[in-house]
Design a protein around this ligand. Structure first.
Ligand code: ATP
Length: 452
């Protein structure tokens, strides 16, 4: 399995309505993509699967959905204003711009010139004017990660849920980074969604929990169709660590363009909560915080017995939704040789991720009785709340099967003239292409079992 080239995936995504270039009719905006009818389902299914495993299936995690626009002081004290940058070089010959750490040699990948400027830091945060007066002094950042909004809500969540350590706060939402060179389709974009858990632990237990979350995340990705042997566990060298991290493990996946980071799991120590806490000197914070904050919060927990205050350590598994979608599309993609020299393209998604769970197809599009029976079956299956069930009124069974293989629909149910006589339908399986006849009364339980 897996696509041979990125182009193969990009073409399928556009043709079948997964992903489009954003703002395309006006020439496009680089590093932005739009999710089409099937893309939005796939993406929502992935996010739901993450949420289910992080929040519903655990007893120590709460959810949060905070604002995107972020006060400059938050990102000042988090260290982002000073350090969230990439090294930028300009080519003096063709005026193109590059990330110095992505260049293999010090020559311009566009024109081959070696006349490049020295690298200088380029801050990746996007800002927008905030409030009615546009004088440049009143602005907010579009958050570059959801994490900071989670940290500044730490006390709200703690006070309203009476949690004890260890516990986590999960958030999924948009993040924005003004990447110097967005490229490789969904891999590096300027607007994306991120699924982040901030897991707060007793300071002495951080290594244990770091290891726990690395294993947990590998298991979760395998449940999404990216097997353990497809992920490399990469320990980020100290010199490359982000300013907040004591130790980071990246899960690396072989994307069509290269082996690169799918998810990072960092030990952020007490840096973030410490940085946003007033009277830091009273709290024995171990990390080197950026500067004394003007916040009015004490983002710490009090020991019930000793009454001592302490700032928890944080373990953060952070996964990009776009990179997840890209990896899952790539893993699911296969071209199978059929008898007679024909080929079929299949997206073999895990059923819980498939954009369409089942298609109901009347054998003839203009036959009222068939269409009526198919519509009634579609409604029954839709009411199971498994996800989208499609009434495929195309009148061409072979074509419909091929289309549903290509978009990864696990089951097709065909309503034909025999259905009108004995209430049976043909169920076709995407993976085996096997067909069997079942009674329409059995169909809901059949579909439910297959999709779950
Ligand atoms: P990279 O080194 O590839 O730029 P990063 O280390 O800056 O990534 P993190 O800050 O750890 O990334 O962000 C967490 C996750 O968010 C990444 O593992 C990735 O899945 C996703 N992510 C980060 N930047 C982008 C981007 N520009 N486009 C799409 N996803 C991104």
């Amino acid at each position: 399995m897996a696509a041979k080239t990125m182009e193969e995936l990009v073409a399928l995504c556009k043709r079948r309505g997964f992903i489009y270039q954003s703002n395309e009719i006006y020439g496009g905006l680089q590093g932005l993509f739009d999710y089409g009818p099937l893309g939005v389902e796939l993406k929502n299914n992935l996010k739901q699967s993450w949420w289910r495993s992080m929040v519903y299936e655990r007893d120590d995690v709460e959810g949060l959905d905070a604002s995107i626009l972020t006060a400059p002081s938050v990102l000042k004290h988090s260290g982002h204003e000073d350090t969230f940058s990439d090294p930028l070089v300009d080519c003096r010959s063709c005026n193109s711009r590059w990330r110095a750490d992505h260049l293999k040699e010090l020559i311009c990948p566009s024109c081959g010139s070696s006349d490049l400027t020295d690298p200088r830091p380029f801050n990746l945060m996007l800002k927008t004017n905030f409030g009615p007066i546009d004088d440049g002094s009143s602005f907010a950042y579009l958050r570059p990660e959801t994490a900071q909004q989670t940290f500044i809500n730490f006390k709200n969540v703690l006070d309203s849920t009476s949690r004890n350590l260890p516990f986590g706060i999960a958030q999924i939402g948009k993040a924005f980074r003004n990447e110097v060179t967005p490229r490789n389709f969904l891999f590096r974009v300027r607007e994306f969604e991120i699924m982040e858990l901030e897991f707060f632990v007793e300071p002495g237990t951080a290594d244990h929990w770091h290891n726990f979350w690395v294993q947990n995340r590998i298991k979760w990705w395998s449940e999404q169709g990216i097997e353990k042997n497809k992920l490399d566990v990469y320990k980020v060298p100290d010199k490359d660590l982000a300013h907040y991290s004591e130790s980071t493990i990246d899960l690396m996946y072989k994307f069509p363009h290269a082996v690169e980071e799918l998810e990072g799991i960092a030990n952020r120590t007490d840096f973030d909560l410490g940085s946003h806490t007033k009277n830091q000197s009273d709290l024995n914070i171990k990390a080197k915080v950026i500067s004394n904050t003007n916040s009015n919060a004490k983002l710490a927990v009090q020991d019930k017995q000793t009454k001592e205050w302490k700032v928890p350590y944080v373990i953060e598994p952070a996964a990009g939704v776009e990179r997840g979608v890209l990896a899952i599309l790539n893993e699911a993609f296969k071209i199978e040789k059929l008898e007679g020299g024909k080929e079929r393209t299949v997206l073999a998604f895990k059923p819980h991720l498939a954009p369409i769970k089942a298609a109901v197809i009347p054998l003839k599009r203009n036959n009222e009785e068939l269409v009526q029976a198919a519509t009634s079956l579609k409604r029954k299956l839709q009411s199971l709340s498994l996800g989208r069930v499609l009434l495929e009124n195309s009148g061409n069974i072979g074509k419909s099967y091929r289309r549903h293989d290509e978009v990864g629909t696990p089951l097709c149910l065909t309503v034909d003239f025999q259905t009108l006589e004995d209430q049976t339908v043909t169920v076709r399986d995407r993976d085996t292409m096997g067909q069997e006849r079942i009674h329409v009364e059995e169909a809901p339980a059949y579909v439910k079992e297959h999709i779950n």
